[in-house]
Ligand binder design. Structure first.
Ligand code: FAD
Length: 407
């Protein structure tokens, strides 16, 4: 693509904004059109489950700042419904056709829905601003609250609700909260924190039914108990928004996490695995390869972390413009704030075979852990010890990018 052609960005979230900004920073002077199905501009989702729920921040204060020199054409409230790759056309829900020379797919993810019947009120998901406003209102009205799913989002909402004084039951299928992201050792520590804060933690358990026809009245759990509740949050994970790409021939990632399979430059892949030069994807909708050899085959990972949208923006802009690969040494990261814990992680703890705890001070709520696979460090995590993370990140970069890849 040359400097003067046109780029369409689908998805007006963090990834859409950052990739458009990166195109301009790389000197792209052509037209940029950003299509988003929400009626407002990009905003900060992580704040929704933290400060917005506790009332420390208004939902209106979550807008992401827009660079003044972006000069993009915004198309809010419009959904992309299909892609005609041979004609380089994007079709919107009002029938409009948008032609592109380069396409950025940044459609993010949606909350995984409840598989069965639901009462008409009292059951929430949390993905966007309107969800946060509705859940905040319900929390202010008082509990009891049931949180279904003890991952990052479920754990944060349990924390916010306890901070507001609600009675909270947190149900998770895994034996420990956030176990996939932080492993069993740190997961056990987080379980202790939730219990000490008064959360009724039911682990290794699932919710089998949400009761009530009109208003939510209670829930049945797989251990045979029944809990009385007024409000429930479903935190069952996220599904990448790829439905609209059905029939486009783009390769979707196999496995539970899904997403658009990309190469290391963010170029979407054909069904046969060849990269497509005029289509890139990033953020929660994308599944780029991770840099560690994984059981002998290159694995694509859809992590759903804020840093993925930000770290890949320049890479996809370079790929679309045909610039040289910036080849930065990407290391995934995420953070989470729960009670008085500032949890920060780098690398991929989920790949670890063992965890080493370097410091655990329950009184001062501090923890420092590293994660290992064979003789290689694959991740690190700190609680209220953020300053220790930079060293671990450097070790991870060395282990992933500078050591003999065959080790
Ligand atoms: C409540 C919450 C808390 C979080 N907390 C953390 C945290 O503590 N730490 C962390 O690392 N990450 C966190 N995350 C994840 C982080 O917010 C995401 O990784 C990030 O927002 C991804 O940005 P994105 O632009 O890829 O997707 P999104 O922000 O989802 O943006 C995608 C946009 O595309 C739109 N769209 C979808 N389909 C179409 C279509 N067909 N046509 C047009 N537009 C479309 C969507 O409506 C949306 O506006 C949290 C997420 C949530 C929801």
């Amino acid at each position: 693509m040359s400097r003067g052609e046109s780029v369409v960005v689908v998805g007006a979230g963090l990834a859409g904004l950052r990739s458009a900004t990166a195109l301009r920073e790389r000197g792209f002077t052509g037209e940029i059109t950003i299509v988003g199905d929400e009626t407002h501009g990009p905003y900060d989702r992580p704040g929704l489950s933290k400060e917005v729920l506790t009332g420390r921040r208004s939902v209106l204060d979550t807008d992401l700042p827009l660079p003044t020199d972006l000069h993009a054409r915004w198309s809010p409230g419009r959904r992309a419904v299909s892609l005609e790759r041979n004609r380089r056309h994007l079709i919107l829900d009002d029938g409009t056709t948008l032609a592109y020379d380069g396409l950025v797919i940044a459609t993010g993810a949606s909350a995984r829905p409840w598989p069965g019947r639901l009462p008409r009120s009292g059951v929430h998901t949390l993905r966007g601003r309107e969800d946060a406003t509705a859940l905040r209102r319900a929390l202010v009205d008082g509990g009891p609250l049931l949180v279904v799913g003890a991952g990052l989002l479920g754990s944060e909402v349990a924390s916010a609700a306890r901070t507001l004084g609600l009675s909270v039951t947190l149900v998770g299928a895994s034996p420990r909260p956030m176990e996939r992201a932080v492993g069993p050792v740190v997961g056990s520590v987080l379980a202790g924190v939730q219990r000490a804060a008064g959360v009724d933690l039911r682990l290794g358990t699932t919710v089998t039914a949400l009761l009530g026809r009109s208003a939510l009245k209670g829930a049945l759990l797989s251990d045979g108990t029944r809990v009385s509740i007024r409000t429930a949050l479903l935190a069952l994970g996220a599904l990448p928004n790829t439905d609209w790409l059905r029939g486009s021939g783009l390769r979707l990632n196999d496995g539970a996490s899904g997403g658009i399979a990309c190469d290391h430059r963010g170029r979407a892949l054909e069904a046969d695995g060849r990269p497509i030069s005029d289509i890139v994807a990033l953020g929660d909708v994308a599944a780029p390869p991770h840099p560690l050899p994984h059981d002998g085959s290159p694995a694509h990972l859809n992590l759903g972390h804020w840093s993925e949208a930000v770290d890949h923006a320049d890479t996809v802009a370079a790929a679309l413009l045909g610039h040289e690969d910036p080849a930065h040494e990407a290391v995934p990261s995420f953070w989470s704030d729960q009670f008085d814990l500032r949890i920060r992680s780098v690398g991929l703890p989920m790949l670890a075979e063992r965890t080493e705890i370097h410091e655990h001070d329950p009184v001062r709520s501090r923890l420092e852990a590293t994660y290992h696979r064979g003789d290689r460090i694959v991740g690190a995590l700190t609680v209220n010890r953020t300053s220790r993370l930079a060293d671990h990140r450097r070790r991870i970069v060395d282990a992933w990018y500078r050591e003999d890849a065959s080790r």
